[in-house]
Design a protein around this ligand. Structure first.
Ligand code: NAD
Ligand code: ISE
Length: 335
C-alpha cells in the first residue's frame, strides 16, 4: 500500500520534504501540495517533477479523499490550525516544529487528539532519528558511563537571517529541549538564561550568544551554548558526563587532511546537510508506522512540553532569574 501525502508549505523545508518523500522514502507518494503563494506551490511541483495536484486552500487539501496523511511545513503560526483540521478529518499529520507557537495552542492540539481517541500527530523533532544521538542514548542506557550527571551542549549556526527577539530559543533551542529530555527520559525542573558579551556580528538588537542552564527532575545539570551567528559553521555538540566516563555526540563524518603543514577536517555549514540522514529516517519511520496505523514518533505531548519549557527559558532570559518549569501530569493517552 502507498501512503498518499498532502504537503502544506513549499518553502525551504517543505521542498526538501516533498523531494525526500518522492525520491528517498519508500511507501509514500506526494499527491497534493498547497502554499499560501499558489505559484510557489506550482513551481515546487514543477521543479521537483512531482505528479501532485496544487490545492488553492490548505483546508481543501486536508479534507480531500485523495489525501491519506498530511505534512505541515508552512510558517509556524499556521501549524495549530492545520493540525487541528487534520485531527478533525481523522488524518495522520506530521507537523514541523513548532507544533504551535504558544503552549496554549499546543495544549489545544493535545486535547483535540485525546478527544479524537487515537494518536494522529507527530512533531518534526528529527534529532531523535540522528544516528549519533541514537548511539549516545544507547550508551547511556547500557550504563557504559554510569548515571548521567551533567551535559555540555552547543547549538551553533553560522548566521541567523531573519532572527529577532527570542528566536534563538523558540526556533533553535527547541531542538535541544526535545532531544535532551528524550536522551535522558526526564523533564526539566528549571531554567536560567545568561546573556554573555554580544557578538557584533548579530543583527541589530539581537542578543547572541546565550547560555541556557537547565535542571532536570532528577537533578542533572545541563548547559547549552546557543550561538546562532558563530560564522564558522553549523556545529551541534553534546557531551554527557556520567559517574564513570563521558560520552560525546559523534562528529559528522568528514575527510581529514594533512597538507601545507596543517591537519584539518571540514565542518558542515547547513542544518539541512547536518541532519539529512535524520530527516530521511524520520520520514521513512513515519510512513512505515502510519501505514501500520500507529504513531510512534515525537508526539503532540512532546510538542507541548517543549513549548512550556521554551516559554520558561524566554521568561528566564527576560527576568534574569532561575525560573521553574512546571509540566502538567502526562495524560495516560501518551504514556
Ligand atoms: P519558509 O519561510 O521557507 O517556508 C514557509 C512556507 O510556508 C512559505 O512558502 C510560505 O508561503 C508558506 N505559508 C505561510 N503561510 C501559509 C498558509 N497559511 N498556508 C500555506 N502555506 C503557508 O520556512 P521554512 O524554513 O521552510 O520553515 C517552515 C517550518 O519548518 C517552520 O515551522 C520551521 O520552524 C520549520 N523548520 C524546521 C526545521 C528542522 O530542523 N526540523 C528546519 C527549518 C525549518
Ligand atoms: C531551524 O529552523 C531549524 O529548525 C534548525 O534545525 C535549527 O538548527 C536552526 O537553528 C533553526 O533556525
Amino acid at each position: 500500500m502507498t501512503l498518499r501525502v498532502g504537503v502544506i508549505g513549499t518553502g525551504a523545508i517543505g521542498k526538501t520534504h516533498i523531494h525526500r518523500l518522492t525520491r528517498t522514502v519508500s511507501g509514500a507518494r506526494v499527491v497534493a501540495v498547497n502554499d499560501v503563494t499558489e505559484a510557489q506551490a506550482q513551481a515546487a511541483v514543477d521543479s521537483l517533477q512531482v505528479d501532485a495536484k496544487v490545492y488553492a486552500s490548505a483546508q481543501e487539501l486536508i479534507n480531500t479523499a485523495d489525501v491519506d496523511a498530511v505534512v505541515v511545513a508552512s510558517w509556524g503560526p499556521t501549524h495549530e490550525e492545520f493540525v487541528i483540521a487534520s485531527i478533525a478529518a481523522g488524518k495522520p499529520v506530521f507537523c514541523e516544529k513548532p507544533l504551535a507557537v504558544t503552549a496554549e495552542g499546543c495544549r489545544k492540539i493535545v486535547d483535540a487528539e485525546i478527544a479524537h481517541g487515537k494518536k494522529l500527530v507527530q512533531v518534526g523533532f528529527m534529532r531523535r532519528y540522528d544516528q549519533g544521538y541514537r548511539a549516545l542514548k544507547e550508551t547511556i542506557l547500557a550504563g557504559t558511563i554510569g548515571a548521567p550527571l551533567m551535559l555540555h551542549c552547543a547549538h551553533r549556526n553560522p548566521t541567523a537571517p531573519g532572527f529577532s527577539g527570542d528566536m534563538a530559543i523558540t526556533d533553535s533551542l527547541v531542538h535541544e529541549l526535545d532531544v535532551l529530555r528524550w536522551l535522558l527520559d526526564e523533564d526539566y525542573l528549571s531554567a536560567q538564561v545568561i546573556q554573555p558579551k554580544r557578538t557584533r556580528l548579530a543583527d541589530e538588537g539581537l542578543q547572541d550568544p546565550h547560555i541556557i542552564l537547565l535542571e532536570t527532575t532528577q537533578g542533572i545539570r545541563i548547559d547549552v551554548e546557543s550561538f546562532v551567528n558563530c560564522q564558522y559553521g553549523y556545529d551541534i555538540q553534546c557531551q554527557v558526563v556520567g559517574e564513570t566516563g563521558t560520552a560525546n555526540l559523534p562528529e559528522p563524518p568528514s575527510v581529514t587532511l594533512r597538507r601545507e603543514a596543517k591537519f584539518s577536517r571540514g565542518i558542515l555549514t547547513d542544518w539541512k546537510d547536518r541532519f539529512v540522514d535524520a530527516f530521511n529516517t524520520e520520514f521513512q519511520e513515519w510512513v512505515n508506522s502510519t501505514l501500520e496505523g500507529k504513531m510512534l514518533g515525537p508526539s503532540a505531548w512532546d510538542g507541548y512540553v517543549v513549548s512550556v519549557s521554551a516559554d520558561a527559558c524566554v521568561a528566564a532570559k527576560h527576568s534574569g532569574q532561575i525560573t521553574p518549569i512546571s509540566i502538567p501530569e502526562r495524560p495516560a493517552f501518551y504514556s
